[in-house]
Design a protein around this ligand. Sequence first.
Ligand SMILES: CC(C)(COP(=O)(O)OP(=O)(O)OC[C@H]1O[C@@H](n2cnc3c(N)ncnc32)[C@H](O)[C@@H]1OP(=O)(O)O)[C@@H](O)C(=O)NCCC(=O)NCCS
Length: 196
Amino acid sequence: MGSGPVGFAALTWPVRTRRTSLRPVAPEDRDAVHAYRGREDVTTYLGRGPMSPSDVDERIAENLERSRPGHPRPLLGLVIEVEGAVVGDCMVRFEPDDNGMRTAFIGYTLHPASAGRGLATEVAEALVRLCFTELGVAMVQADVFVPNVASQRVLEKVGLRRIGVTTAGSEGGGHPRMDDYLYAVTAAEWAASRSS
Ligand SMILES: CC(C)(COP(=O)(O)OP(=O)(O)OC[C@H]1O[C@@H](n2cnc3c(N)ncnc32)[C@H](O)[C@@H]1OP(=O)(O)O)[C@@H](O)C(=O)NCCC(=O)NCCS
């Protein structure tokens, strides 16, 4: 499991959750993405500060580049749509190891107007499922700044558990370094939680 190329191309879109629809980000999503990634309050606990429209263009181009087959740092960048409107984005990023085991990191960001309704939990659940059922992932991880309690709650609700803390570990973009929790769930733990 996990030793072949990352199979993004075999996925079919959109991936649907109860209320959301996930699909690969496209250049036309720039303004909708900038509407939240340009905000200070959204980026407080992200790795980088507010983005300009051209930063968003660059991010989308990088996402598309990294989703191509054979990229050494594979990443799948998706937008989250509700009733046809982009309300956030999410990603799966791969960290292949020397043994051919595939670890994936997940992340998600919502426009504040769409937060507080359980949408991030739906999306995180779908990302974890995608990793284990379609992408041959052995372990799903996420890192989250210690003060970001809402995101920690999301991870716990979808079955990840806290496995460690890195002191002031993350390189923020314009933010001071903060302590970082690492969360994880293995394929076996996830399968067991679904059968219980
Ligand atoms: C963090 C974020 C993804 C949460 O999205 P959301 O859709 O509001 O999340 P959900 O509604 O699915 O779940 C949030 C949970 O955190 C809880 N929560 C929210 N704020 C909280 C706080 N300050 N303290 C404790 N719990 C809190 C909610 O009650 C809910 O838990 P519950 O279902 O047990 O009640 C969203 O606010 C966001 O995009 N923030 C900016 C970007 C970001 O931080 N991304 C994550 C980077 S790791």
